[in-house]
Structures are given as C-alpha cells and as structure tokens.
Design a protein around this ligand. Structure first.
Ligand SMILES: [Mg+2]
Length: 254
C-alpha cells in the first residue's frame, strides 16, 4: 500500500456550496495541510483557475494559485502541450483572455484550425456553424467537460458545458478528440506531475460518484465520497456523511 501524500478536493458541493464554505471545510483543509499536500480541482469551464482561487480566498480558504486546477485553465495547458493553435474558443471572456495570454492565437470565425468548447452563456447558432466548419475540415475538437448541467443556486439548474459539446457533436457527427475535465484524468495527472506524487498516493475527495470518484478509481487514486452514509459507495471508496469524519477515518483508506 503506498503512503498517502496528497488530498485533492472537489469544490462545488464538497468544500463550498454557492457562496458559503461547507461547515468544517476550512478547518479540515488547514488540519490536513500539516501532514499532506493539498490541491483543489473543479470542472468549472467558465471561471479560470485565478477566478476560482479568488472565490476560495473570499470564502476563507488559504490557498495558492498553483494549488487550483480548473477545467478552463487546464484546457489552456493541454492546448499548449498538444501543440494546438489557431483556435476558435466557445467560452468565457476570461478563458479567451487566458488562451491569448498563453501565446495562442484566437480566430473568431470558421477559419480557425482547432476548436475548444467550454461553457458559454452567449452560445448560439453562429457558434455551432463556426465549430462545424472547423470540424468538417478536420480540426481537433477539445471539450472542457461533458457536464450536462450545473446547480445555479436556489434550486435552479442551468445547461452545462456538455450541452454545448453535444450540440457541436450532433452537428458535426464527431465526438470530442479530448475531454479535459473529470471524470477524465487530465487534471488528476497534472496534479500528480506538478506535486511529484504517484496516482496511488492521492486521495480524491468529492461529492459526485460519477465524476470525482470515477476519476479517482479509473486512475488508481483513493477516494472519499462526501455526503453519503457508510457502505454506499463501493470498493476503494470511503463514504462519509460529513467532511469532519475524514480525519478520524483515515485508517480506512490505507
Ligand atoms: Mg462537486
């Protein structure tokens, strides 16, 4: 059994909910810092990692920019690594700015070579048409995530990045060539590389079995599913009702 070295926390529904930190979350992260490395990850494709860091800080979490992994900023990193440039980006102004700051070229029409799809509140027919043109000419199709929807507070649910990916996929009859967000492993592998730890030394803490826990199990990491009672989660997963139970039950993980 490898030693556990790093805790990677999902954000929405795990460490915070809307504009409030989950009870005990700040204390838990501070406590774990004494013995472990800490990383934060989110499938958020609208906000960049810098914006997510700003929220974490505002809610009272002590963290640094290098500890925050967002599907948005992780996509920019992937584009650089994969050598994909001349991009049409369906996404937020902040994501587009980050792509530009990374030294990549943005082309705002169907003449771009490659396509990136993130959450875009200004999504519409013209963007699907531009995307279709790129994919028809053989451009690469990079998706930030395939989350169909997300909770928007007050019991409201809004269409997610996956709804935009699905529209483009339907028009082009193509699946994304690469999906950055969870349950795929790109962010988890980036964390492992950046911190110099093995996947088996990482504990992923999240509130979604299909997303967070799936990512951990598919890539050889440990997992803690928060919000459910004991025994509901299956093999290789510690299920806890409250974050505060994690430290007491660390032994069950190894
Ligand atoms: Mg979550």
């Amino acid at each position: 059994m490898p030693e556990l070295k790093l805790f990677a926390f999902d954000l929405d529904g795990t460490l915070y909910s809307g504009e409030a930190a989950v009870s005990g979350a700040i204390k838990l992260v501070e406590g774990l810092r004494k013995g472990y490395k800490i990383a934060f990850f989110t499938n958020n494709s609208w906000k960049t990692a810098a914006e997510v860091l700003e929220k974490l800080s505002r809610l009272g979490f002590e963290c640094r920019r290098e500890e925050v992994y967002a599907a948005s900023s992780a996509s920019v990193r992937y584009l650089k690594e994969a050598g994909l440039d001349n991009l049409f980006v369906i996404g937020s102004p902040a994501l587009r700015a980050e792509v530009r700051e990374a030294g990549l070229r943005l082309l705002d029409d169907g003449f771009a070579d490659n396509l990136v799809v993130a959450l875009d509140y200004g999504f519409g027919y013209d963007k699907i048409a531009a995307a279709l043109s790129i994919l028809t000419r053989g451009g690469k199709f990079v998706a930030c995530n395939e989350d169909p929807s997300f909770p928007a507070g007050a019991g409201k649910t809004l269409p997610g990045c996956g709804a935009m990916v699905a529209a483009v996929a339907a028009a082009s009859r193509r699946r994304p060539d690469f999906i950055v967000g969870k349950p795929h492993g790109y962010m988890l592998s980036a964390i492992a590389r950046d911190y110099g730890v093995e996947h088996g030394e990482i504990v992923v803490v999240g509130d979604s079995y299909e997303s967070d826990i799936r990512m951990a199990l598919d890539h050889g990491s440990k997992a803690v599913l928060v919000g459910r009672g004991d025994g509901a989660a299956g093999e290789g997963v510690l299920a806890v009702r409250e974050l505060s139970e994690i430290q007491k039950r660390m032994g069950d993980l190894t």
